[in-house]
Design a binder for this molecule. Structure first.
Ligand SMILES: [Zn+2]
Length: 172
């Protein structure tokens, strides 16, 4: 794990009361009015469950933040406990749930912030050199699952990097 990501993880874990692996892990830090945990990372306020998902899986771009990639961009709780940050209780909403949720909440001003966070987590996870290497390997025909294993990232992320739908800020 890269130092920047490690630092985010440590800071994050300080505010988590972990229970059984399958139970809810309550956020003990500050909370938003809806009961969602909130964490400040490098000055940016983020919803804790979104950060939990990103630390466990891949960076996600915000809703309305460019609409890149095929995956939904809202993280929802399967346990209906907004203060829970157990990654096992979190999943990405699909596109239709995504659209519904957007309609309900209206377009947020948090898009810029979340985009910045996605960028920071991307930057913490892979260096620009690694991203360029992944692009080259994908262009040469290495499968996304092989590339993913080599770099310790998911197959999906490797595929999206090859298509320049993630880490688009890294120049060739
Ligand atoms: Zn839970």
């Amino acid at each position: 794990m890269k130092p920047a990501l490690y630092a985010i993880s440590l800071n994050f874990l300080r505010h988590v009361r972990m229970g059984f692996p399958g139970g809810c892990w309550e956020w003990t830090g500050s909370k938003l009015p809806g009961g969602y945990g909130q964490i400040h990372i490098w000055g940016h306020g983020m919803k804790a469950h979104r950060v939990a998902w990103m630390l466990k899986h891949d960076p996600i771009l915000p809703v309305g933040g460019g609409q890149r990639g095929p995956i939904g961009q809202i993280v929802i709780h399967t346990c209906d406990n907004p203060g829970c940050v157990n990654p096992r209780h979190l999943r990405l909403a699909n596109q239709s749930e995504n659209a519904l949720d957007r309609e309900r909440k209206g377009r947020g001003s948090r898009v810029g912030l979340q985009k910045a966070m996605a960028y920071m987590i991307e930057r913490a996870r892979l260096s620009p050199e690694q991203v360029r290497e992944i692009r080259v390997l994908r262009t040469r025909g290495m499968t996304s699952s092989t590339v993913g294993r080599r770099f310790g990232i998911s197959q999906e992320l490797a595929r999206l990097i090859g298509l320049r739908l993630r880490y688009a800020w890294v120049s060739d």
